[in-house]
Ligand binder design. Sequence first.
Ligand code: NAD
Ligand code: UDP
Length: 317
Amino acid sequence: MQKVLVAGGAGFIGSHLCESLLQKGHTVYCLDNICTGNPKNLEELQKNPSFHFIEGDVTQPVKLPQSLHIDAIFHLASPASPNKNSSRSYMNLPLETMLANSEGTYRLLELTKAHSARMLYASSSEVYGDPLLSPQKETYWGNVNPNGPRSVYDEAKRFGEAISMLYVRKFSVDVRVARIFNTYGPRMHPDDGRVVSNFINQALRNEKITIYGDGNQTRSFCFVTDMVNALESLLFLDNLSGKVVNLGNPDERKISELATMIKEMTGSSSEITYSELPQDDPKNRKPDISLAKELLSWEPTVDLEHGLKQTIEFFKN
Ligand code: NAD
Ligand code: UDP
């Protein structure tokens, strides 16, 4: 059993990851400043004596118990929503986002080196920007606006990947990079403005379901338990240092289709409305996951309908 640091463990994906690591018998140190996370996510975790919460910022020196030796680090600490209407989004936490993925990644890489540990860096499908190829393979270098409104996230993730690979090459530190595609499920923050949580909450309240643009843009949605399984495999399997791997569900859907599905599944009387598409909003996103299948023997198992059902139940409660 290992001692695992989860930076960003109070967030949506991070809290599911902490829960799964504890179930497998690991000791978990969750480092989070709760800037976009939710203290509620920690309530159940804190009942487990193998769970330790450290309130702190990855861009500052990390204060760990002195004799503690860390075996593995997951770096998930970063705002993640693009929605400018949400105070939790990277649009409204732009400097925090750039620093969490640059200075924060640097500090966690140094910690990984000092502990001879291994690290997984949570990158994003956003490194592909508004992709000109579909599906996206890891070998595609992307189509990113380097200074537009999304650049604070996209370029920060690209920097995070670059510094991670520098540590692999120059210092032989064991780092793996996960390019995470749209992930959804229980514990998404209701106010973070991402599409699945927005549509479900709007539908449950019979409020307008807000499609941005004409709804023909696509995304491919991965249920959170599938994502956590992939993240664990990518970090814990041996001989994967330096690997950059797409993780996501290749089941590509139009945003208009998602709106209709959620409206029907919730039995909502909501009207579906259309407004302006945000600048640089990618027109499509679909991961090619052949590398994950090959290296991790992994593929998603939860289909969109079943995943949405569980997510709707969560928001109802
Ligand atoms: P989230 O906002 O729910 O979780 C992020 C967590 O990191 C929060 O608890 C937040 O408080 C914490 N955090 C942010 N900055 C910090 C800092 N400087 N120091 C310490 N803690 C900090 O988001 P999420 O959806 O769970 O995303 C987790 C990671 O996965 C992020 O790095 C995100 O960029 C990446 N990712 C997520 C998705 C997705 O669809 N959910 C897609 C691609 C990439
Ligand atoms: N979107 C939408 N209505 C919303 C929120 C998002 O139509 O209330 C669209 C958004 O413009 C994008 C897609 O849904 O095309 C996915 O958005 P999300 O914020 O979940 O993440 P992204 O994939 O853009 O990072």
